[in-house]
Ligand binder design. Structure first.
Ligand SMILES: [Fe+2]
Length: 389
């Protein structure tokens, strides 16, 4: 049996004030002119003003591209590369949520070696490192700063660029920059991070090492998400969310995600739902289907999420996991049924067909799901059965 090494980004600056290190990090990487990839929400909130002025003070020039859209597609990435390719960029900073960080990953490769997004879609089609890359997450959600993946909508489907060469040289994780994230964004991205923790823990690729990251991430996120959503300036909650999201990112980088993500992706590509919202909509329904497949692990997760399972049977303890998920989704104010978001019963066939193609994720799921099983899960999510307020 071959044991794979745990992969993660090599340098991590974590904690309130970590952003002050950005100029020094880039200096150490030999950067003279950096590309900052972000979105208009981040640039408009003024979070970039101080770091960019600090870079200028260190003699580092900046090109800011802030036209990253949620759920980025081929046009977004190619427009980014076209806009900056003549700027003599020598390092890239992804500053934002998962969309900005994922676009920055591909830009770093493309600016060094040429090619467009389509050239790199798939596993290991990036064969060497791109420009030095630093990632600064502004939400606690995707964990993109610790994964070798970048996700895009290509040909109407969510597709991935996967290569260890996408891992950043450094991640700068400063919970202070997440404080301006609105409650709805904090809720949806936070649930995405929780899905990462839980799916990686029960993944068929989980190892004793990845389980440590998954479980601690689940505890941190479940303990902090409600406060982070409803008291956005609570720094202890923001810190726990940032740490949980980062740890969960390491876990999925090594153990993968599962059916929640597989069934969520078509909601993003067909209905334009954000990644976090899509995952939130599928979380409880997939969990109900998965619980019988691994009662012991789901019982452990239930306790990590805060459930008191003393005196319960194995089956009851595992079922408490789904109850905790429903409680969290309800408490952070996210919708409980796909119907509320405009999905109709007549859409289910297409969703099932799209989800069944996500085999790279479904193979990690603790329960093998047939197309009929997937249809049942979507039907439950459509009606929000068990999630009613
Ligand atoms: Fe995710």
């Amino acid at each position: 049996m071959t044991i794979a090494p745990l992969i993660s980004c090599s340098q991590v600056y974590f904690g309130a004030g970590a952003l002050d290190s950005l100029a020094m990090v880039l200096k150490d990487l030999g950067a003279c002119r950096v590309l900052v990839v972000t979105d208009k929400g981040v640039s408009g909130a003024g979070i970039l003003d101080e770091p960019i002025s600090a870079l200028g003070g260190s003699g580092i020039g900046c090109t800011v591209f802030d036209d990253i859209k949620p759920e980025p597609d081929e046009n977004t990435v190619d427009a980014l590369i076209d806009a900056v390719c003549s700027d003599r960029i020598d390092a890239v900073v992804g500053f934002g949520g998962g969309s900005a960080m994922d676009c920055a990953k591909v830009a770093a490769v493309s600016l060094a070696h040429g090619g467009r997004l389509r050239d790199y879609i798939g596993r290991d089609r990036v064969t060497e490192r791109g420009l030095p890359l630093v990632l600064v997450p502004t939400t606690s959600g995707t964990g993109s700063e610790s994964t070798p993946n970048a996700l895009f909508i290509v040909d109407g489907e969510k597709q991935a660029v996967i290569s260890p060469h996408l891992l950043p040289k450094a991640a700068v994780i400063d919970p202070v920059v997440t404080v301006t994230a609105p409650a709805r964004v904090t809720a949806a991205s936070g649930v995405d991070a929780l899905v990462h923790a839980c799916e990686s823990f029960t993944s068929l690729r989980a190892t004793p090492l990845t389980e440590v990251y998954s479980l601690r991430a689940a505890e941190l996120i479940a303990g902090a998400i409600r406060t982070a959503v409803w008291q956005g300036s609570n720094m202890a909650a923001r810190r726990d969310m940032a740490l949980g999201s980062y740890l969960a990112g390491i876990a999925i980088a090594n153990a993968g995600t599962g059916a929640v993500h597989a069934l969520a992706y078509p909601l993003g590509s067909r209905f334009g739902l954000s990644h976090g919202m899509s995952n939130s909509m599928m979380f409880a329904a997939v969990s109900e289907a998965n619980v019988p497949a691994d009662l012991d692990k789901f019982a452990i997760l239930a306790r990590a999420l805060g459930s008191k399972t003393e005196g319960m049977s194995r089956r009851e303890s595992a079922a408490a996991y789904t109850a905790e998920i429903k409680s969290i989704i309800r408490d952070v104010g996210l919708p409980s049924s796909l119907m509320e978001l405009g999905v109709k019963a007549s859409d289910l066939d297409q969703l099932v067909s799209d989800a069944a193609k996500q085999t790279r994720l479904l193979i990690n799921n603790p329960r093998a799901l047939s197309p009929e099983d997937i249809a049942t899960v979507y039907s439950r999510a459509l009606l929000g059965e068990g999630c009613s307020r």
